[in-house]
Design a protein around this ligand. Structure first.
Ligand SMILES: Nc1ncnc2c1ncn2[C@@H]1O[C@H](COP(=O)(O)OP(=O)(O)OP(=O)(O)O)[C@@H](O)[C@H]1O
Length: 599
């Protein structure tokens, strides 16, 4: 029972109705009132039916003392009003659930999108979106079963008990209450018992979706290695675990359902015998005898629904619990270490002061005691072998992660004193993997921020994409396909650079931003990048040394440490790591000028 109360508490915590707006709360009250009226009318009908029979057979004219015609009229009106309320109920219910689901989805989105990047490490994004969509369905179910089933059934049971108490011998009421208590206890104990399987199949279902999503998104790799069957096995093995949980869950559900029916069905027989004896001894009217039968049968259906409702609430509670877990992780804006200041510097210097960092606690540091300063308005390049830690530097500047020790300074001030989103407004980053959304090119450039066409065109020109876009059937309004599949790798990368140009930040980071371009396009785009980053503090991360010709200084990173820095000439003279990188980049001798690499 404690678990059930915790589920209810969790539901209200996740929904947070106090912030859901007046509309949701008002709709909730209206629906609750309609449910109450509908329940009263439902119980009134068998009671009026009893009055009608007793009035027709002339057994005392009934309790109310109305004429037969009046009872028929009242009975008919009750029936009609109950049906009309049932229909109106559906319309108000749809309004309420849609508003509640929207409010939950908005809250969940706002929270999850601002969770720290460390939360997403190793997490499957597809299963996260499943959690939101299942919690939305869960909210629908909980509102539905509580207002459509729990409130009416509890009220109807109370009213029926009152009628039975007033008209029937105490033994009938005792049997009725005992059977309902057994029914409810079996429902609660049974639901707790089957909960692990229910949780199991919910989680396994998420995993199955996740595996399928991963397989479909890597379809080309799978085809190229002809390993379709191996991946089918992988998918089906998750399905098998899911099915196993399902079988157990539904088998036990059926058993519990039968036990509940036994409790109610078993009670009806003695109740009818007792009532019949009273009827024979004239202690009960014929109408009352008919009514007790109708009332019990009428109670069975809602009680069955109650058992289903309990299980449904439990099932939905599992979904809501999953979202609640995610919602309880502090988002970046909720974290007490998120600074409050605004970044209002013009084009500040960037400094790393003895920075150490590891992605997971206890792991080997990815950056080890890194210190450097990129002066205001200068362009510094970071070079180093794959895995040396270059991209990690840019992620730390963007505050996707916090340093393990040391400080990062923006204009001499610790970045941790600034809110994370303010830092990101200030710094523009073009990373090696440009993610495109399945929308128009325009959306992929301005993210729906309605940038004027003239600015779009100028950004496209800067990355040498204007000719390509002009030739598209719908220009910038052409769809780019799933993950931008209709564009080449180089075109996608140029869209990424154009985005940064449109953002016009004070600080620019280019992380292998031109790695997918051919030599010729790279040269054009690099020239444009130089124009765009003129006067801005710029960091360029590159494998291809040809892209760092214009850097004011080159810093060489090796296994998370800065091993040397200087100009190209100085590094060729003094740094082995740099010399090796230079030679592996296609230079025929260390004396070949850097410019020659791109020709
Ligand atoms: N999200 C992550 N979680 C855990 N470890 C990571 C993560 N990202 C990178 N690493 C590890 O950190 C190290 C540095 O990675 P980083 O991406 O910074 O290197 P890089 O120099 O930019 O390499 P490349 O030139 O290949 O892009 C690598 O050993 C990598 O395995």
């Amino acid at each position: 029972m404690g678990g059930f109360l915790e589920d209810i508490r969790r539901f209200f915590r996740v929904m947070d109705f106090s912030k859901s707006g007046k509309r949701v709360r008002s709709l909730f009250v209206v629906l609750a009132l309609m449910s109450i009226v509908s329940s009263v009318l439902t119980v009134a009908q068998p009671f009026l039916y009893m009055e009608l029979i007793d009035s027709i057979v002339g057994e005392g004219g009934g309790l109310l003392g109305f004429s037969t015609e009046t009872i028929i009229l009242v009975y008919g009106v009750c029936f009609l009003v109950a049906r009309v309320i049932d229909e109106l109920w559906k319309a108000v219910f749809t309004n309420l659930t849609l508003s509640a689901q929207r409010s939950l989805a908005e809250k969940a989105f706002d929270h999850i999108i601002r969770l720290p990047s460390s939360f997403f490490l190793g997490k499957d994004k597809h299963s996260l979106s499943e959690i939101i969509s299942k919690a939305r369905s869960g909210v629908h179910e909980i509102i539905s079963v509580s207002l459509e089933t729990i409130v009416p059934v509890v009220l109807e049971f109370f009213l029926v008990s009152l009628i039975v108490y007033m008209l029937f011998p105490g033994s009938v009421l005792a049997i009725l209450i005992a059977s309902v208590v057994v029914f409810v206890v079996v429902a609660i104990v049974g639901s707790e018992m089957i909960r692990p399987w229910q949780r199991g199949f919910t989680e396994e279902n998420n995993k199955t979706h996740q595996v399928l999503g991963e397989i479909l998104s890597s379809e080309e790799t799978i085809k190229s290695f002809n390993v379709e069957d191996s991946f089918k096995k992988r998918y089906l093995s998750h399905m098998a675990v899911f099915e196993n949980y399902c079988y157990k869950f539904f088998r036990w559900s059926a058993f519990i359902g039968s036990m509940q029916m036994l409790a109610i069905g078993g009670a009806l027989i003695p109740m009818l015998f007792i009532s019949f004896n009273f009827l024979k001894n004239d202690a009960l009217t014929l109408g009352a005898f008919v009514m007790i039968n109708v009332l019990t049968i009428q109670l069975i259906m809602p009680l069955r629904r109650l058992a289903y409702a309990y299980r449904q609430v439990k099932e939905s509670a599992v979904d809501i619990e999953q979202l609640d877990k995610v919602m309880s992780i502090p988002s970046e804006t909720q974290r007490s270490d998120d600074g409050r200041g605004e970044v209002i510097l013009e084009s500040p210097s960037i400094s790393f002061d003895n920075v150490c960092f590891c992605y997971e606690e206890g792991e080997e540091p990815v950056l080890n005691d890194v210190s450097f300063t990129v002066p205001e308005g200068k362009a510094y390049a970071f070079v180093g072998a794959s895995g040396a830690g270059k991209s990690t530097i840019s992620k730390l500047i963007m505050r996707y992660y916090d340093v393990s020790s040391g400080n990062i300074l923006l204009g001499g001030r610790n970045v941790e004193g600034f809110p994370r989103d303010a830092v990101r407004r200030f710094v523009g980053m073009v990373s090696q993997d440009v993610v495109l959304f399945n929308d128009t090119l325009r959306f992929n450039l301005d993210f729906g921020e309605c940038v004027e066409d003239a600015r779009l065109v100028s950004a496209l020109k800067a990355v040498d994409l204007d000719g390509f876009v002009d030739a598209l059937p719908n220009g910038v309004d052409t769809m780019v396909g799933d993950r931008g599949m209709r564009l080449s790798g180089g075109q996608r990368q140029r869209v990424g650079i154009a985005r940064a140009i449109l953002k016009d930040p004070k600080v620019l980071i280019f992380d292998e931003a031109t790695s997918s371009l051919d030599m010729h396009t790279e040269k054009t785009v690099s020239e444009n990048i130089n124009i765009v980053s003129e006067g801005k503090t710029t960091i360029v991360i590159a494998h291809r040394l040809s892209t760092i010709i214009n850097a004011d200084k080159i810093l060489v990173l090796d296994q998370g440490e800065i091993v040397s820095s200087g100009t190209h000439g100085e590094l060729i003279e003094s740094c082995d790591v740099y010399r090796k990188l230079y030679m592996s980049g296609g230079a025929t001798s260390v004396d070949q000028p850097l410019q020659m690499l791109s020709d």
